[in-house]
Ligand binder design. Structure first.
Ligand code: ZN
Length: 415
């Protein structure tokens, strides 16, 4: 299935949004969002107090599954990687997914000093992504409490593995499951604060750990033995001369370098970590090719440089390149129906939002040619990925209204 270009006139979508926005059930749900803020704040604080380091989200999954059940979602369960799923059935085929990631970047040992000062909430992960999970619950609660008919089913997902080394494993799992792969026709990802962005361009990245190994030796008596650090240095020099395109923007970085034991030893190994980013899969492939080529040139160069200093023995270096992260990129067709819906909802709400490129859970469906976006969970926030992270609940209801209208329009009127 490829990203569809909507043939529906834009004005028909705008009319549908206006109709939905003035329907009594939606109006009641929106009033309720405003009244429920103290409860939403409680959920958000409670959730942020549960540690959820990468690969350690189980306690949060349990907490969310319990909330999903209490709200009356059907088929609430945890899948084999720890994603929590629950549905609100529609009366026709197809499923719209709405998800928020459960994991944080903080290791299990991080003190979670989560606290409230009026409308401002503080603590690691309070915005990214306790705010997204709170919005997910608020929307699920609205479907449970109000008569909001919809044709396609809604699948609520609290997923694992969005951050860092999680490498989008939660979403990857869902979109590789034959049960969901073809069933989910559009996806809305809730990540972080705000209402001012629409991520429809999936920034892809690939990360490598490169290790160069050699026999090593004494700096004086084994002089002439090829040096892995020097070989790595040569490879970095070559790779860093690679030309990259500015459109689509493509970048590379050598972020970590390690190796050696002492100043008077020829090292036995040296390694580096390299990060490559682009929304174009072809550009990422090309940079990987250039990185491999730089190593293929640098190692024999270093062996012959070293050997030239010692005619007799010729020892070899070898290298290993391991992909330690791979997030596929891609972008939605500018005529994609989901984008037209978000723009129409924003026009209806007089909300200003910009289309952006980022790496989110939406990368997985977008890279498969599916309709997906990532948007904020309202309020405002800052200090993401630091201990000083904060979230201000002011105007959270605007995001909830925005999310609700987008989902209702995507799911279609009940038949
Ligand atoms: Zn996030």
């Amino acid at each position: 299935m490829s990203s569809r270009t909507s043939t529906e006139p834009v004005s028909a979508i705008a009319q549908e949004i206006a109709r939905l926005g003035s329907s009594p059930a939606v109006v009641s749900a929106i009033e309720w969002f405003r009244d429920q803020e103290p409860e939403f704040t409680r959920w958000q604080l409670e959730l942020a107090r549960i540690p959820a380091p990468p690969f350690g989200e189980a306690a949060r999954s349990d907490w969310l599954a319990e909330r999903f059940r209490a709200l009356g979602l059907v088929k609430v369960h945890k899948d084999s990687v720890g994603n929590v799923l629950g549905s609100d059935r529609g009366n026709s085929s197809g499923t719209i997914s709405v998800s928020a990631h459960l994991d944080t970047v903080f290791p299990a040992s991080t003190p979670l000093n989560v606290r409230q000062q009026g409308r401002k909430l503080h603590g690691p992960g309070i915005s990214d992504n306790a705010s997204g999970v709170t919005a997910l619950l608020a929307i699920a609660a609205a479907f449970a409490n109000f008569n909001l008919p919809h044709a396609a089913s809604l699948l609520f997902i609290g997923n694992v593995g969005e951050e860092g080394e999680g490498d989008l494993r939660g979403m990857r799992h869902i979109f590789s499951d034959p049960k969901w792969k073809d069933e989910i026709t559009a996806s809305v990802v809730l990540d972080g604060a705000g209402t001012d962005t629409i991520v429809s361009e999936a920034l892809g990245s690939r990360r490598f750990e490169v290790t160069v190994r050699g026999p090593g030796g004494h700096s004086w008596s084994d002089f002439g033995t090829p040096n892995p650090i020097v070989a790595l240095g040569r490879a970095i020099h070559l790779f860093s001369q690679t030309r990259v395109s500015s459109s689509p923007k493509t970048t590379f970085n050598v972020g970590v370098i390690r190796g050696g034991t002492s100043v008077n030893s020829i090292p036995e190994s040296a390694s580096m970590r390299v990060d490559v980013r682009s929304s174009s899969a072809a550009e990422i492939d090309r940079l990987e090719f250039e990185l491999r080529r730089a190593l293929e040139i640098a190692l024999p160069e270093e062996s012959s440089r070293a050997g030239a200093n010692r005619n007799s023995h010729r020892s070899e270096l070898n290298s290993e390149l391991v992909v330690i992260g791979d997030r596929p990129g891609g972008e939605l067709d500018s005529g994609a129906r989901i984008l037209q819906i978000v723009h129409a909802v924003d026009a209806h709400l007089h909300n200003t939002a910009n289309v952006q490129r980022a790496s989110t859970d939406a990368n997985i469906p977008i890279s498969m040619g599916r309709e997906a976006i990532a948007i904020g969970a309202g309020g405002s926030g800052g200090g993401a990925h630091t201990l000083q992270e904060w979230f201000d609940t002011t105007a959270r209801e605007l995001a909830l209204e925005r999310i609700l209208l987008i989902l209702l329009c995507l799911a279609g009127a009940a038949k």
